[in-house]
Ligand binder design. Structure first.
Ligand code: URP
Ligand code: ZN
Ligand code: ZN
Length: 463
């Protein structure tokens, strides 16, 4: 039985901080205590470091066909990059094809990940058409396959968008089967009209992607989604929330006692509309949906994270190389939507959140690991350091310095949105189920060692 002993570190969880050794046997934590003497095959000295649960990124798009191309990271490169950044579990999105059920999508994404992923992984299901048969398959996904959450889109007409009736029916289904609806909340009809109008006026540059997706379109859709969920009597999770308009809707709902939850992403905390004004076609690097917002929104998002109106920070990692972004030269609506971030989530949040005292170290663990695990049926197996949990750990060095750059990152994409940014704090070592997979910036794990994780269903624990 493989054994690993992480010695002399300071264990930090969402609720605790104490000096202890952690023993992992056969992938699971079996003992936490001071001065453990159990012989182990691998002994890690974590003196002076924090021992935290591995990061859980519940919003990634690896090997995803989108916008006339495919996202640049597959399940090998994407998960290697995730591991470098301290993430030990991802939840990626399988996509139902038009005219098909959910099983071909599930099987297709299992094939993409199998033999490639270096960390554990799970799937949400993107539902594009809700026939009676698909409705039955939603039950099967939850009960049999451990795919317990479904993403629906209120934007991208003709690509992903579903109407309110479909949303409501899907919500009623999750009320029966315990699944969770994850909503891309932007008003697709409004946006589509504004995009056509902009193009007619010859407004083709990348910045018009943002200017045709107003914050009100996100706020309106967020409020509507919450109202639909209230009428259906189900919890709701808003993905990639970007602005104060949408946050206000979530806050109102939560103040009313409704089970409304939301994630934001580092790009909305650290980047802004100004990035679209960069010279030439550089703004295309930041074309994603929802778009980057005016800087003042960041203050509201940080407040939302500190005050628990936002519960999770995920990445929405969806990278495209510059030659793919160029599909939209002369027409911003053809720029593939998405940006890289799977590797930089923890270091950015530590540097820009904990070091600036916007959040404390426990809140950091909570929003990058514990809450994602609780929200998506992975807790307490993942998302904490406890006896019985998987030995997914970060030996975190609060003083580790990184200059973020495409020259040194591990994502298979030729730019980094945070190029040149210096951050302090990052993983010195990363363990997945007790195996060291990253050691001082070197990947030492094995391709394909990651396992599919079946997730539990159920209304999220009070978050
Ligand atoms: O621009 C984005 N966000 N691309 C990925 C697809 C999505 O909506 O999450
Ligand atoms: Zn989305
Ligand atoms: Zn996404």
């Amino acid at each position: 039985m493989p054994t690993t002993l992480v010695k002399n570190g300071t264990v930090v969880t969402a609720g605790d901080r104490y000096d202890a050794d952690v023993l992992i046997e056969d992938g699971r934590i079996t003992t936490i205590g001071q001065g453990l003497k159990t012989p182990a095959e691998t002994v890690v000295d974590a003196r002076g470091k924090l021992v935290m649960p591995g990061g859980i990124d519940v919003h990634t798009h690896l090997d995803m066909p989108f916008g006339g191309t495919t996202s640049a990271d597959d399940f090998e490169s994407g998960t290697v990059a995730a591991a470098h950044g301290g993430t030990t579990t991802i939840v990626d999105f399988a996509i139902q094809s038009y005219g098909e059920g959910l099983y071909p999508a599930f099987e297709g994404w299992m094939k993409k990940a199998d033999g490639r992923s270096v960390i554990d992984y799970a799937f949400h299901m993107i539902v594009r058409e809700l026939t009676d048969q698909v409705s039955i398959e939603m039950d099967r996904m939850v009960k049999n396959e451990g795919v317990t959450s479904f993403k629906l889109f209120m934007a991208y007409p003709g690509v992903f968008m579903v109407d309110d009736a479909t949303i409501f029916k899907a919500m009623l289904k999750t009320r029966e089967n315990g699944g969770l609806i994850c909503m891309h909340a932007e008003n697709g009809g409004v946006i589509d009209t504004l995009v056509k109008e902009a193009l007619r006026k010859g407004q083709t540059a990348p910045k018009y992607h943002a200017l045709t997706r107003p914050t009100r379109a996100e706020g309106e859709a967020t409020g509507r989604a919450i109202a639909l969920a209230e009428m259906a009597g189900v919890p709701l999770y808003i993905v990639h929330l970007s602005c104060a308009d949408a946050l206000e809707k979530v806050k109102q709902a939560r103040d009313m006692g409704l089970p409304a939850y939301a994630e934001t992403c580092p790009q909305y905390l650290f980047l802004s509309y100004e990035d679209y004004e960069r010279p030439g076609f550089e703004g295309s690097k930041f074309v994603m949906s929802p778009p980057l917002r005016e800087k003042w929104n960041q203050v509201a998002l940080w407040k939302g994270l500190a005050g628990n109106d936002l519960q999770v920070v995920s990445t929405d990692h969806c990278p495209f190389c510059m030659n793919e972004k160029k599909l939209g030269e002369g027409d911003f609506s053809k720029i593939p939507n998405g940006a890289p971030g799977i590797e930089t989530r923890l270091m950015l949040l530590w540097d820009g959140g904990v070091r600036t005292s916007r959040i404390d170290v426990h809140r950091f663990v909570e929003i990058v690991s514990t809450n994602p695990a609780k929200m998506f049926g992975l807790w307490p197996r993942k998302g904490t350091v406890a006896v019985g949990s998987d030995g997914d750990l970060i030996v975190f060095d609060p003083e580790r310095e990184t200059t973020i750059s495409a020259k040194t990152h591990h994502m298979k994409v030729d730019y980094n949105p945070y190029e040149g940014r210096k951050v302090t704090g990052g993983p010195a070592m990363v363990l997945s189920r007790g195996e060291v997979i990253v050691d001082d910036g070197k990947f030492v794990g094995k391709k394909g060692r990651g396992r599919f994780v079946k997730r539990e269903a159920g209304v999220p624990l009070a978050l």
